[in-house]
Design a protein. Structure first.
Length: 285
């Protein structure tokens, strides 16, 4: 089972100075539970992160900024942080936390550690994520065999539970894991440049026996879309690559074929986006 050792928080930044500064203040107010904060800067050339405002708000929480790959995705940034922690011998829980999340109560890390103490160390664990209106975001769910394979997602009713809920996948927005509890140590697959990398990680590790669990009693807030700025055409191209590769890896052949067909037809109906979709489809292999 897990231990109550403090968490290391890892955030991936891309043009995220403002939301990270706000998150730094929240992490600094945590009563206990945060050992260290690692921020991986994925825009070191175009908008290098200034760590000074972050350190001013963190108080006693140490900050380490790692230089990532310019334009690298979420999975690549997380892997950079995970590999650093493995090199220095850290074997505890790691909390992947988006730059545009907030921890308003000051005790979220402490409550999270309490919940983790009773869980197997190879679990993947997600927290409740609330949007700007206080509604539960569907940041986890179940994979179904049909065409609408992501239909079943978390809802408000699920948040009323008192025990962890077993799912098929969790969002990387607020995700906790111990990479060294898996062999080989857990990593995101770099073939998913934007989106679906978190779902793929959950499905792959679950195939090896890991539990994918959602904690309704621990909540963070999420200002969706405020954590990074990526040009729309590039975002569409990269997300198309990830989408097609996810279908081919995890969905039945007939679902994959029909969804690819629908994707290509949608490109014909959206001329301004068609080039990016076609480039992504071709790059998916």
């Amino acid at each position: 089972m897990g231990t109550a050792l403090p968490l290391v928080v890892v955030s991936v930044a891309y043009h995220s100075q403002s939301p990270l500064t706000s998150l730094a203040a929240d992490l600094g107010r945590q009563q206990s539970g945060v050992l260290r904060w690692i921020v991986v800067d994925q825009a070191p050339d175009s908008a290098p992160l200034n760590p000074a405002p972050l350190r001013q708000r963190l108080e006693t929480v140490p900050l380490l900024v790692l230089q990532g790959e310019q334009g690298g995705g979420f999975g690549a940034g997380c892997n950079c942080g995970l590999e650093y922690l493995q090199r220095v011998g850290y074997q505890g829980w790691i909390w992947l936390l988006n730059p545009d999340t907030s921890l308003p109560n000051g005790d979220e890390a402490q409550h999270l550690l309490g919940a983790l103490a009773g869980l197997p160390t190879d679990s993947l664990v997600g927290t409740t994520v609330c949007d700007a209106n206080g509604e539960i975001e569907p940041n986890g769910g179940w994979i179904e065999p049909g065409l609408n394979f992501r239909r079943r997602k978390l809802s408000r009713a699920d948040s009323l539970r008192s025990e962890p809920l077993q799912l098929d996948w969790l969002s990387g927005c607020s995700l906790v894991l111990q990479p060294t509890a898996h062999q080989p140590p857990a990593r995101f697959d770099p073939c998913f440049p934007l989106y679906y990398e978190d779902m793929d990680l959950c499905l792959r590790l679950a195939q090896g026996g890991a539990s994918v669990l959602w904690l309704p009693q621990v909540a963070v807030n999420h200002q969706k879309g405020a954590g990074s700025v990526t040009p729309s055409s590039r975002r569409i191209e990269l997300s198309t690559i990830s989408y097609v590769r996810f279908l081919r890896r995890h969905c039945p052949v007939w679902v994959t074929q029909l969804r690819q067909l629908r994707l290509l037809l949608s490109a014909l109906l959206r001329p301004r986006l068609a080039a990016a979709i076609w480039r992504g489809f071709k790059r998916a292999g």
